[in-house]
Design a binder for this molecule. Structure first.
Ligand code: FAD
Ligand code: UDP
Length: 397
């Protein structure tokens, strides 16, 4: 992976070193920026400068060893899951996979029970021994039908009623988002289903696995191309008027790009408290959720479950949601979508720049969705490239 300094980048693509402009400046070396950089370089032979204000590639998916040598995800647990075969095929060029199915327990009423709520959850919590049909009837009796489901409260109450909503969703969501579920779009809690069978997997996607040597290694291989220069610890502001480029792809926050001219788009942030423990295992599963509002964090992650690493120590992180800090989560609610639409219209009217990724398009996307978005952008650019090549052939007699 050719990394360059700002002084190098000012002289153009490092392998040319002749003062030519880059074809693309790409801001943000997470999934969005790295996938589009790889495609433009390897697929179309473009010269790309990929920058990130952080000191590393891989964006929020970055993983590394802690001081004891235990692999951790610096920005919280990242579990890869998708139903899209073409996305698996694409990423498989850069990594092998470790099969992994994610399981989560919730700490509720002094019990540790599966979340998503399933048959085991209900039986354990209420001291029952229902079968699937009885559990369906149990939930149907508690569900409070909502005619027009709009919010994250509506979705859950409609499915499982108020008592289970209070136990599993209300406190967690209020901590995670700093908002009541009634103030959030239904898409947020809809991410977590309810089941009446014993399936205790967090996701049901056809493909669930972790990059065998980690995300960072996968990104290193993706970016290992002579026509991609990587410039780290560098903000867009530091290069925008100093490096020459023909087009810009921006994967940072769209409101920041436009100097917050319509006001700030709200994001939710997190503080991660990482700890290494002198024991080989802390908990039975990778993640334990704490919906109790009296507990200040939302979840504890133990990384060895994700990576399969064998080590005498174990590493965990606590997640404390907060309002200030790195922008991790676009907040899905109607007024934010309206504000984003104004920025998006401004983006459409601004030539030479394309916005991409979770922050660039203000969408609560999973990793596979961001990869899909980047591959779709590439296909569009490829088509435009082919069309303009054909047009110039037609002009030449
Ligand atoms: P990012 O990874 O955020 O990358 C954007 C990059 O742009 C950052 O590195 C940032 O430093 C850089 N940048 C921004 N502005 C500038 C600037 N002005 N100049 C220079 N650089 C800049 N998805 C899943 O599929 N499964 C999961 O289990 C999962 N878990 C998650 C857990 C947490 C705690 C979080 C926060 C997210 C999780 N996600 C998960 C979502 C996943 O992180 C995102 O889908 C993915 O990382 C988005 O990639 P991106 O490239 O759009 O953004
Ligand atoms: N959620 C909850 N209790 C839980 C798990 C999730 O209330 O035990 C809600 C919460 O609002 C959360 C949303 O469901 O933000 C989506 O959960 P998911 O695990 O998909 O969140 P992410 O992994 O994106 O942080």
């Amino acid at each position: 992976m050719p990394t360059v300094t700002l002084d190098n980048a000012i002289h153009g693509p490092s392998h040319l070193n002749n003062g030519q402009p880059y074809d693309y400046l790409i801001v943000g070396a997470g999934f969005a920026g790295s996938v589009i950089a790889e495609r433009l370089a390897a697929g179309l032979g473009k010269h790309v400068l990929l920058i990130d204000r952080r000191e590393h590639i891989a964006g929020n998916a970055y993983d590394c060893a802690d001081a004891a040598g235990v692999m951790i995800h610096r920005y919280g647990p990242h579990i890869f899951h998708t139903n899209a075969e073409r996305i698996v095929d694409y990423l498989s060029r850069f990594t092998d996979w470790r099969p992994y199915e994610h399981r989560v327990l919730a700490h509720v009423d002094e019990h540790l029970v599966p979340i998503p709520i399933n048959l085991t959850t209900l039986n354990r919590l209420f001291g029952l021994s229902m079968d699937e049909a009885q559990a369906q009837a149990f939930l149907a009796a508690r569900a409070e039908p909502v005619a027009d489901i709009r919010t994250s409260e509506d979705v859950v109450i409609n499915q499982i009623g108020r008592e289970l909503y209070e136990k599993f969703f209300r406190g967690y969501t209020r901590k995670q988002w700093g908002l009541d579920p009634s103030e959030l779009d239904k898409s947020v809690t809809s991410r977590v289903p309810t089941r009446t069978n014993e399936d205790d997997r967090y996701f049901t996607d056809t493909f669930q696995a972790m990059p065998l040597q980690g995300y960072t290694r996968m990104f290193e291989r993706m970016l290992d191309h002579p026509q991609i220069d990587v410039l780290l610890a560098t903000d867009f502001d530091a290069v925008r008027d100093r490096v020459q480029y023909k087009a810009l792809i921006y994967c940072g926050p769209i409101d920041e790009f436009f100097d917050f001219c319509y006001g700030k788009l709200p994001y939710r942030s997190l503080r991660f408290q990482h700890e290494t423990l002198p024991q080989s295992q802390l908990q039975d599963v990778a993640v334990v959720n704490f919906p109790d509002p009296a507990v200040p964090y939302t979840r504890i992650t133990e990384y060895k479950h994700l990576t399969g690493q064998v080590h005498a120590h174990t590493s965990i992180s606590y997640e404390f949601p907060c309002g200030e800090g790195d922008p991790y989560y676009p907040i899905p609610r109607p007024e934010n979508a309206d504000l984003y639409r104004r920025y998006s219209a401004l983006a459409d009217a601004t030539p030479g720049v394309t916005f991409l990724g979770r922050l660039g398009t203000y969408k609560y996307y999973n990793m596979d969705q961001v990869v899909g978005q980047a591959l779709a952008l590439y296909q569009r650019i490829e088509r435009e490239h082919a069309a303009s090549a054909q047009a110039s052939e037609e002009v030449v007699p």
